[in-house]
Design a protein around this ligand. Structure first.
Ligand code: ADP
Length: 489
């Protein structure tokens, strides 16, 4: 067997990638699907469209030149997390559009349950927020009395996107999710590893709705021959951020990865300990492998690459995001500029939704290059804020930072990050860390790869950035710390 098929079910597109034994992507297919915004702050997907685009992508990679389905050892799935689908067990038809993780319609349900916030936090590691699946399930069932009735009669099934795809791949034979996806639902106890009766009652969710929870790496079933032409074992499942953590081989406590996209997603392996954050970072399950749970801490920065988009679209000092690097390289340092990227408030560790952005330190000598450089520094400094707090929470020291995402291709940003953290920053050879993580989980379960030690022999870096002793670094950190309080309300 030559390949593992990885399914990367993202927020805007469905992708399929075939990885070989060396972890190299051999074939890729991708199809976007529509996003629906029925009301202010509502975001929906049509689950049937997700399945159709996913199936198309899978068939395309299998049909790629030189690929035979007989060469595929197993399939792994990684997915946008928290997005909630409810369907009829008999017909397989969704009863409502999927409510996407970004959707805020259930914020008022969270407000009503505030008195129980600490119960949710203690059991699930999550803050009580509309982001997670629990209140979305409640909203769908409450939206129509007939749905509530059908749910109580055991006629409906809930799933995150992994569960939905596996249901369809197995033609309704398997109703399952893994611990990482379950840990984002607000109804799964991350310590006892069970759906939590008390939380289900608080949200009025019948247990009959819920999938069986399995580990991230085990055979959960096989695809129906009628779907792909052949039965392929499904043997790996993980939510996207957790899959990326594993795909980056952050397998020891303290190992940490940061994804530089529109925002930054930072996640740190905390080993067997479910660390409680003092800064509203989320405690979550990294994965379950060979029976053992690995926990993680997760924090995010709302505005990262989005700051570069703002410079492109609003200020128009660049035409395309990658041009920011050359512009920032036209100057030697930030010229005393600090760019506070609070374009939609400031998250951890400041937690000030009212804060607004600022460009400070402007003089007659200020050039656009200084602003470009300060913007890149801002992304690195916000990431530092998060990572330093995580390190304090976890009580571990990290050796280096693994990076991925669109903006990690910016060498100057990565060098600034290394300087600002005073740690090496390592960019992997593959940019597909999320899909690779799902492939690793699937491959380990079927003996395609023997163990994590073997994975380490195939994992390659593209470039590492060592911290440089640059006098500008401390100046920029000092200015940041002095100026941040000025934007807090
Ligand atoms: P997402 O998955 O959130 O859509 P991507 O990983 O595709 O994000 O990265 C796109 C983001 O990264 C955009 O916000 C863009 O402005 C930023 N970006 C892309 N390339 C660069 C670059 N070379 N330097 C800085 N930012 C970049």
């Amino acid at each position: 067997m030559k390949y593992i098929l990885s399914i990367d079910a993202g927020t805007t597109s469905s992708r399929a990638i075939l990885f070989d034994k060396m972890g190299q992507a051999k074939a890729t297919a991708q199809h976007e699907f529509p996003q629906y915004f029925p009301k202010e702050s509502w975001v929906e997907h049509n689950a049937t469209e997700i399945w159709a685009t996913q199936l198309k992508a899978i068939r395309e990679v299998i049909d790629s030149e030189g690929i035979s389905i007989d060469d595929i050892a197993a399939m792994g799935i990684t997915n946008q997390r928290e997005t909630t689908v409810i369907w009829d067990r008999k017909t397989g038809e969704p009863v409502h559009n999927a409510i996407v993780w970004q959707d805020r319609r259930t914020a008022s349900i969270c407000d009503e349950l505030q008195a129980e916030a600490s119960t949710f936090l203690t059991k699930t590691g999550l803050v009580l927020d509309a982001y997670f699946s629990g209140t979305k399930i409640k909203w769908i069932l409450d939206s129509d009395p007939s749905l509530r009735k059908r749910a109580d009669a055991g006629e409906l099934a809930f799933g995150t996107i992994d569960t939905w795809l596996i249901w369809n791949l197995t033609e309704g034979k398997v109703h399952t999710t893994d611990v990482t996806n379950a840990s984002r639902t607000l109804i799964f106890n991350i310590h006892s590893l069970e759906w939590d009766q008390e939380l289900l009652e608080l949200l009025n969710i019948p247990v009959s709705l819920l999938p069986k929870v399995v580990s991230s790496s085990e055979i959960v079933g096989e695809t129906e021959a009628s779907v792909l032409g052949k039965a392929i074992p499904i043997s790996g499942i993980a939510g996207d951020q957790q899959a990326a953590l594993f795909g980056q081989l952050c397998i020891n406590p303290g190992d940490v990865k940061n994804t530089y996209g529109t925002g930054c997603f930072c996640i740190m392996n905390t080993g067997e300990k479910a660390v409680v954050s003092h800064n509203k970072m989320l405690t979550t399950i990294g994965w379950q492998l060979n029976g053992k749970i690995t926990y993680a801490l997760e924090g995010s920065v709302f505005i990262a690459g989005a700051l570069i988009q703002w410079l492109r679209d609003q200020l128009q000092i660049i035409d395309a995001a990658p041009e920011i690097e050359a512009l920032a390289n036209t100057v030697e340092n930030n010229g005393g500029i600090t760019f506070i990227p609070a374009l939609s408030g400031l998250g951890a560790p400041f937690w000030d939704p009212e804060a607004t952005g600022a460009i400070m330190g402007i003089t007659r000598g200020t050039q656009k290059g200084h602003i470009a450089r300060a913007a890149l520094e801002a992304i690195a400094l916000r990431s530092r804020d998060i990572i330093v707090e995580m390190q304090k929470d976890a009580g571990v020291h990290f050796a280096n930072l693994k990076v991925d995402g669109g903006a990690s291709n910016n060498d100057l940003l990565m060098q600034l990050q290394a300087n600002i953290l005073n740690k090496a920053v390592i960019r992997p050879d593959t940019t597909e860390t999320t899909a690779l993580g799902a492939a690793f989980f699937a491959g380990l379960a079927v003996g395609f790869w023997k163990d994590e030690a073997e994975l380490q022999t195939i994992w390659k870096e593209n470039k590492s950035f060592q911290p440089q002793n640059d006098p500008n670094t401390q100046d920029c950190i000092d200015l940041w710390e002095k100026r941040i309080p000025k934007v807090l309300k």
